[in-house]
Structures are given as structure tokens and as C-alpha cells.
Design a protein around this ligand. Structure first.
Ligand code: N01
Length: 842
């Protein structure tokens, strides 16, 4: 068994929430974090001026209403130290520390197909196994320093903004060179300029920036959004960017030019990138509309920067506004009016080398005491590619991604079973409010893991065809916009040699979430779910005792017996079960059936029971009786609180198909007509009795018979095909039933093979499953009938019939009836009973 259910790489916003979400779902989880503290991006990027460009009310977790009410942000746009404090508060508040391992970098993760688990290796030489591997390494974690000849000879210190010393850097009195004018460079530059003797800004590409208009949190504003935070978060989930912003809803090109200028100015004055760029619908898809906005912004630079030559150099002209991440700053452009700041154009005269004393460009030398690189990241795929991730057949993820990173729905790479990437390539990630997208992904992954467990699937993996189709869609949407026109990190253009692929989903956060939800609702459409490997779970020791007892008793297999011998053996075996619980009233009745009286027993646990269950015992239509199933049916009556009618239908071979099915249906009609008195009615049964319950539900639908509230099918026979995988897995003599036994049962019940195709014999073959009552399905792992149960649930789901499926991983066929002997029998009956009770009570 794996050490963990889930191993998580990284403990930033994503890893922290993953620990909380998985743990709250009852899964074992550990996050491995390379840093000495949590926070990821917000731990590493502690350069002066680091600040979020999404408002604090949006850039915060929404999973806990109490957290969002209790926490107060001091500013509209939170600075790095405050975000880090917030994340540490979250870890404290939810007690996450025991499941986060700091100072530990994940170096490798490899898929073990035999065990259906990941082996995750860390830089301390340790390794751990986990059923699922979740990457929460972030989109912007692998920082890049350009390869400048001579950097190692530089006499002064140099820093990358993403590895800033924790105790800060004092630039007082120093000549500092800053390379990079993206979001980071634009934030750090004014901070350095404020203290340095001189700041040289080496600019390769001029950048657009809108003002933040940052300020202290206004208590009235805070009270306002907190009063209705829940519905605000809902709007955010449905919005395009993960932040509910109000655009005009109109194209700029359809608006009078003066009106466009007025709107842009209004938004410029209010500050913030998203409302500004989102003012008009055509700005990111139409070059002419984009040019209007770009020119507006260039005018603001001209207004701000005193020296026209410097202003001219600062005017972005080489790409559409917004196609590179729009920067935000209140003081960057004004900084160039300071006498101690020089802008150096390294597009016309590129950097050539570093020496001990400074930087050389193609046409000058700059004497420097310190160097700062704000040169960005190998984005989206860089951090994950630093881990040696190996999937099916040992294929490296980096190899799979050599033509560009890809993953189905941006969360699951094909060929890498049980691996998920939070905000991975193909998801909205960096084009959205990251915190909201992280929450959506983590919750979706958690639900998928739980679904796999509940349905007994050992592996979940994206189908290559689904991944291909999704990434084609991602590309198609991207190329309908202006984004691919910029040489940005969005397309990998900032990393020499990286394939130019647009890998983020621009279809919008709301539509993306809806798509992910639809995939889940359809039973994880596009994923291959495989349960064959789950058999590695061993038989429960209590069940093993039963199997050992039967083996010790000796005797021929069922299929070598006569029906009379088989009935005697089953009766003797059932005596080991012992009595069931007391039930207030138990009476034997004879139900008037079409072919004569049908004996039955009615268990009434209490007066005023909310519903009626018609129960059909197992035994391959050949053996079994109301007496033999007395204990478990009593337990079900007590657990459900409902009246249970246990039916002694006619057995084969004396009465072949459809005798048992006819009796089953007649018993339902009687129970609904004579006993229920308007109360909800359910059908239930185990094994062959499950077959009869399923068939009765089909017939009731087909014949406009009694309305059913539920069908409880316990490892039912749903089909005559004895070639399913589980029949071959459990074909030995050591289990309760095997392939030859089942063939023997079928031969007696439906001797004519062609007749077995009749849906009233093999209900899985019903052409239409719609309109059937909700299914509560119980299956056991070590059971030849396992797969036909799963197949039945799949058909039901496909027909939009509600399905609740409980799979008992270490159990055997028949376990549900072994009350007194198996704890799982009591558990399964009480769980099924609780559902019946809830359904009956409406
Ligand atoms: O990195 P970048 P970043 N020689 O790649 C230049 C998020 N973020 O750290 O444009 C010379 O954007 C490069 O020049 P060019 C946000 O998503 C958010 O600034 O390639 N120059 C560019 O100017 C952001 O987009 C926040 O020609 C070289 C700069 O370095 C993302 O992080 C704050 C060079 C890199 O810009 C990355 O931003 C900070 C070379 N060899 C970051 N190589 C907020 O929330 C690169 N450059 C506010």
C-alpha cells in the first residue's frame, strides 16, 4: 500500500490549499516545499516593491467564509510581506504544518504501473510512495538569469529578484544596474532609485503600465464587500478573469472616439489593469481597437516623462497592449525624471558582457557596484521540467513536452496516470486570478481522486485523444486573439530555444469551470479509469477466515453438484451467520402471484415506517431462501427503518426464466398496492437477487408499473457475459463463486443461451436505461461479478440516472449477507439503510 494518498510538490497558494482540501476529504497528504518557508512565489519574490496586481479582496482564498471575514488586508493591492503573513496565518489556522515538509525539493517522480502508485524522490535522498502526484510548483517558479559572458567576474554582488535575500539588500550610495523591465523590473526600479547613488535601467522592450492607485484599505469599502462576500465569490467564479469586472460590453471601434477616450481616462484614474483592459470587448482581438488603447497609454507616458527623448524610448511599440502581461505601477514612469536614473536602450545596443567593474553594451560601458536581474522565468513548464517526472513506460514529462507543454483540461497530462497539475498548461492559470483558479483546480482534482476511490478505480488518466482535442481548442481560442503576436513568456519566447506555443486557455474562467464540471458530471469524460490494479488490495482478514473455513470444509465445487446438493450446502453455510437483530414485527405472508402464491416475509421495524423495500435474496436463482437471508434482511430493516418484504420467488431449474422475474414483479405490485399505502417503495437484492431487483425496476418502467424511489443492487448479476476481466481474475476455486459456478447458475435459470440476451434476464442489455429509479450500487473487489456491477453503473450514469456506488475494496462476493461475521457487512448494510431511509423520508 502506498505511503500516502497524495504527494504534492510545492507549498505556495496551491500546495497549501491542496493539503487542506485533501486532508479535509479524509486523504493522507504531504506537500514537499523547497523553501525554508511556505508561500512559493510570495516566499521567493521578496524584492523591494513586490506587490500583487490583483486586488486583495480577490487575491485571497474563498474556501473559508470565516477566514475571509476574519482577515483584513491593509491595502488595496497587498505587498509581498502581507501576502506571506496571510499564507502563514492560513497554515496556522487550519493546522497544516504537520503535512508540509519544508527545505525539501522534489527531484523526481516516477509512475509504478504494477503498484499503481508514484514514487516521489526528494533532494534529501528520501522517497515516498503515493497513489496520486499533484504538482503545485507554480507557473512562474523557474527563474532565469541570462547567460552574459563574464558574469562570474563581476566584483560586486548580483541578485535575481526571485531569489532575493531574506534580510534585504542595502543599495545606499551604490551604482546599480537593473536588467529587465517586466512587471518585476517596473516594481523594483523605483525602490532602488530611491536609495541608490545611481540606477541604470537596461531596457530591451518598453512596457505598458497602468496606475495601481494603491492605498490603505477603506473600512467602509471592506465592510461593503465583506457583507456580500459569498455572492461576490460566485460572480468571480463565473467571470472571465476570475475577478468580476464591469466592462462596457461594447467594442471600442463602435463607440465615438471621444467617448472611448473618456472611458479610458475614467478607468485610468481609478487604477488597475483588469478594468482598464476589460473596458471594451475588442481590445484583445482587434488590432485597430488595441491601437487606440495603446496610443492612449503612450500619451500618458509622454505626459509624465519630462525628457522627450527618454519618453520616446519608453513608448511601447512592438506588440499589442495586453499581449504581454500589463504592468501596474504608480511611480515607474515618473522615476525617470529623477537625476539619479538613466534609461539604457539595449535593443539598439545590446548587452555584450560583464566585467569586474560593470556592464558593457554594444556602444558603451557602465560602471556598476551591484547588478539586479529582473529577467523573468521559464514559465508554465520550467519548474515541472526541473523534476524528473516519468510516466507510463518511463517516458519523461520533459520529453513529452519537448514540442510544448500540454495537458487535458490543463490539469492532467496523458501518459501520466494519477498525476495532476494545478494551473497547468492548457488552463486559464496566468490569465486569471490565480488564487481562484488554484482553488477550482484543487477542488476538481480532489473530487476526481474521491470519485476514483468511491468507484474502485486504481488509475485515472487522460486519454491522448482528449488531450489532443483540448489543446487544439486552447490553440484555436488563443489564435483568435492578439496574444500570440507578442514575444512574451506566454509563448516561451523569453527562453532561448523554447518552442513557441501558446499554452494558456483564453476561453475564460467561468466557461472553463463549467467545462471541467461537465467532464466530472459525465463520469470524468476523456479520462480512462481503470480498476484492474485495485485488486492488489488484499482480502479482508475477516473475509479470509470465511474463505478458509469453506475451503477446510472440503466438498466438490457448486458446478459439480446437483441443485439439491447445492441448496443443502448453502443452507448449512448460512447457519454459521447466526441470528439477525430483533425486529418489532415479523410475519409470513403469501403474495398472490400470476402463477400461484409466493411466500414472503414482512419485517416491520417500527410503526410508521417511512417506506417499503421489496428484497430478493441471492443464490443464482437456484439456491437460497427467505430463511437463509433472514439475518441480513433483518439488519436492513433496522438500518433503513423501513418495512422490508423478503420474497421466496420460484427457483430454477424447476422453474426456469422468467419464473423468478415474474414472481419478483408480482411481489412488487403487491407491496406497492397492498402494503405501501402511498409510502415510497424501493426494490433491493443481492447477486441473483440484485438481478431480479434490476429487472423488476426495468419492468416497472416498461409497464408503467409502481413508481420506485430507489433500486439497491448488491453485487448484482447484470449480464450473461462471463468473459469480463473480473471473471478471469477470480476464476479459481477459492472464492465464493467463480466463472464455472456462474455458468452453472445460468444454465439452470435460462437454459436457452439466446434467451439470456433478453434484458429481463441480462438487464445490462436493455437498450434504454433512462427513466429508471436512482441506483445505489454495492460492489466488492474480490468478486467475479465486480465488473458487471461497474458496467451497470456506467450505463445508468450515461442515461443520467443518479448513481451512488459504494465499492468495498477488500471484500468478497456475498459479504453483504455475512452479518455477525464481517464488520463490513454491518457497515454496508447500515450505509445502504441510511440511504433508503433518507430516500423514503424524501
Ligand atoms: O518577467 P518578464 P517578470 N537581456 O519575463 C528582460 C508576474 N509578476 O519577472 O521583454 C535583456 O515579464 C525582458 O525583456 P524582453 C507577471 O505575471 C506579477 O517581470 O524579453 N533583457 C523583460 O523586460 C509577470 O508577467 C507581478 O525584451 C532581458 C524582463 O527581462 C511575470 O510575473 C509582479 C533578457 C523580464 O520580464 C513575470 O514578470 C512581478 C536578456 N537576456 C511579476 N532576458 C505583480 O503581480 C529577459 N530580459 C504585479
Amino acid at each position: 500500500m502506498a505511503d500516502l494518498d497524495v504527494a504534492v510538490a510545492g507549498a505556495g497558494f496551491a500546495g497549501i490549499y491542496a493539503v487542506h482540501a485533501f486532508r479535509s476529504a479524509g486523504l493522507t497528504v504531504r506537500a514537499f516545499e523547497a523553501g525554508s518557508g511556505i508561500g512559493g512565489t510570495w516566499f521567493w519574490n521578496r524584492y523591494p516593491g513586490a506587490r500583487c496586481d490583483v486586488e486583495s479582496k480577490d487575491y485571497s482564498y474563498s474556501f473559508s467564509p470565516e477566514l475571509e471575514q476574519d482577515w483584513s488586508w491593509s491595502e488595496r493591492y497587498p505587498a509581498q510581506p502581507e501576502v506571506l503573513r496571510y499564507l502563514n496565518h492560513v497554515a496556522d489556522r487550519f493546522g497544516l504544518w504537520p503535512d508540509i515538509q519544508l527545505n525539501t525539493r522534489v527531484t523526481a517522480a516516477s509512475w509504478d504501473a504494477d503498484q499503481a502508485e508514484w514514487t516521489v524522490t526528494t533532494d534529501d535522498g528520501a522517497s515516498v510512495t503515493a497513489r496520486f502526484f499533484v504538482s503545485a510548483v507554480g507557473c512562474l517558479s523557474a527563474y532565469q538569469v541570462p547567460s552574459l559572458p563574464g558574469l562570474e567576474t563581476f566584483a560586486g554582488p548580483w541578485y535575481h529578484t526571485s531569489r532575493w535575500p531574506a534580510d534585504g539588500v542595502d543599495f545606499t550610495g551604490l551604482r546599480v544596474g537593473l536588467i529587465g523591465t517586466g512587471s518585476t523590473g517596473i516594481q523594483v526600479a523605483p525602490e532602488i532609485a530611491a536609495v541608490a547613488e545611481h540606477l541604470y535601467v537596461f531596457q530591451r522592450t518598453a512596457n505598458f503600465a497602468v496606475p495601481n492607485r494603491n492605498g490603505a484599505t477603506d473600512p467602509a469599502w471592506e465592510a461593503g464587500f465583506k457583507a456580500d462576500y459569498r455572492s461576490y465569490r460566485k460572480q468571480a467564479q463565473k467571470s472571465f478573469l476570475g475577478v468580476p469586472i464591469a466592462g462596457t460590453g461594447r467594442p471600442a471601434l463602435a463607440e465615438p472616439p471621444a467617448e472611448v477616450q473618456r472611458t479610458l481616462m475614467e478607468r485610468w484614474q481609478a487604477g488597475g489593469g483588469m478594468p482598464f483592459l476589460g473596458a471594451y470587448t475588442d481590445v484583445l482581438v482587434d488590432r485597430d481597437a488595441n491601437d487606440i488603447v495603446a496610443e492612449f497609454m503612450r500619451d500618458r507616458i509622454r505626459e509624465t516623462v519630462a525628457d522627450p527623448a527618454v519618453a520616446e524610448l519608453l513608448l511601447p511599440r512592438t506588440y499589442p497592449v495586453g499581449a504581454k502581461r500589463l504592468c501596474q505601477s504608480d511611480d515607474y514612469f515618473a522615476m525617470f525624471n529623477r537625476p539619479n536614473v538613466t534609461l539604457v536602450d539595449i535593443r539598439s545596443a545590446p548587452l555584450t558582457s560583464v566585467s569586474a567593474r560593470g556592464l558593457r553594451t554594444a556602444d558603451a560601458f557602465y560602471e556598476l557596484d551591484a547588478l539586479v536581474f529582473a529577467t523573468g522565468f521559464d514559465a508554465i513548464s520550467g519548474a515541472l521540467n526541473q523534476i524528473d517526472v516519468r510516466g507510463v513506460g518511463g517516458v519523461p514529462l520533459a520529453g513529452k513536452w519537448s514540442a510544448g507543454p500540454r495537458a487535458y483540461l490543463g490539469v492532467a497530462p496523458a501518459g501520466f496516470p494519477n498525476m495532476f497539475i494545478v494551473t497547468g498548461p492548457g488552463s486559464p492559470s496566468v490569465f486569471s486570478n490565480m488564487v481562484l483558479s488554484i482553488e477550482q483546480h484543487v477542488e476538481w482534482i480532489r473530487d476526481c481522486v474521491l470519485y476514483a476511490g468511491a468507484h474502485g478505480y486504481a488509475t485515472v488518466q487522460a486519454k491522448p485523444s482528449a488531450e489532443d482535442a483540448w489543446m487544439a481548442h486552447v490553440t484555436e481560442v488563443a489564435y483568435a486573439t492578439l496574444f500570440p503576436l507578442a514575444d512574451s513568456w506566454y509563448v516561451g519566447a523569453n527562453i532561448p530555444g523554447k518552442p513557441r506555443v501558446f499554452t494558456s486557455y483564453l476561453g475564460g474562467v467561468g466557461p472553463y469551470r463549467a467545462r471541467c464540471d461537465a467532464v466530472a458530471a459525465a463520469g470524468y469524460e476523456g479520462f480512462a479509469l481503470d480498476r484492474r490494479l485495485a485488486m492488489s488490495s488484499s482480502v479482508h482478514p475477516q473475509a479470509q477466515l470465511i474463505l478458509d473455513g469453506m475451503a477446510a470444509a472440503g466438498g466438490p465445487p457448486i458446478w459439480e453438484m446437483t441443485p439439491e446438493q447445492a441448496r443443502a450446502v448453502v443452507t448449512a453455510n448460512n447457519e454459521h451467520i447466526g441470528p439477525g437483530p430483533d425486529v418489532a414485527s415479523v410475519r409470513d405472508v403469501v403474495i398472490p402471484g400470476q402463477a400461484g402464491g409466493i411466500p414472503a416475509r414482512v419485517y416491520s421495524p417500527a410503526a410508521g415506517a417511512p417506506g417499503v423495500v421489496v428484497y430478493y435474496h441471492g443464490g443464482g436463482w437456484v439456491v437460497g431462501s427467505v430463511d437463509g437471508w433472514d439475518a441480513s434482511v433483518r439488519a436492513l430493516a433496522v438500518a433503513s427503518g423501513c418495512d422490508v418484504v423478503s420474497v421466496d420467488y420460484r427457483l430454477a431449474p424447476e422453474h426456469v426464466f422468467p419464473a423468478a422475474a415474474d414472481d419478483a414483479y408480482d411481489a412488487l405490485e403487491w407491496a406497492a398496492g397492498e402494503l405501501a399505502d402511498g409510502r415510497p417503495v424501493a426494490v433491493a437484492g443481492d447477486s441473483a437477487g440484485g438481478n431480479l431487483a434490476a429487472v423488476t425496476a426495468l419492468r416497472a418502467r416498461d409497464l408503467d408499473g409502481p413508481a420506485l424511489a430507489l433500486q439497491l443492487l448488491v453485487y448484482p448479476v447484470t449480464d450473461c457475459d462471463l468473459d469480463r476481466t473480473s471473471y478471469h481474475e477470480y476464476d479459481g476455486a477459492e472464492f465464493i463463486v467463480n466463472r464455472r459456478d456462474m455458468a452453472w447458475y445460468w444454465d439452470h435459470y435460462v437454459p436457452e443461451p439466446a434467451a439470456r440476451m433478453n434484458p429481463y434476464a441480462s438487464p445490462l442489455r436493455a437498450p434504454d436505461m433512462s427513466g429508471l429509479p436512482p441506483l445505489y450500487l454495492v460492489t466488492a473487489e474480490h468478486d467475479p461479478l465486480r465488473d458487471e456491477g461497474f458496467a451497470y453503473a456506467d450505463r445508468m450514469r450515461a442515461a443520467r440516472v443518479p448513481v451512488e456506488h459504494r465499492h468495498y475494496g477488500s471484500q468478497i462476493h456475498g459479504f453483504f449477507s455475512f452479518v455477525n461475521l464481517l464488520d463490513d457487512a454491518d457497515k454496508a448494510i447500515s450505509e445502504a439503510g441510511a440511504t433508503i431511509r433518507a430516500v423514503a423520508k424524501g
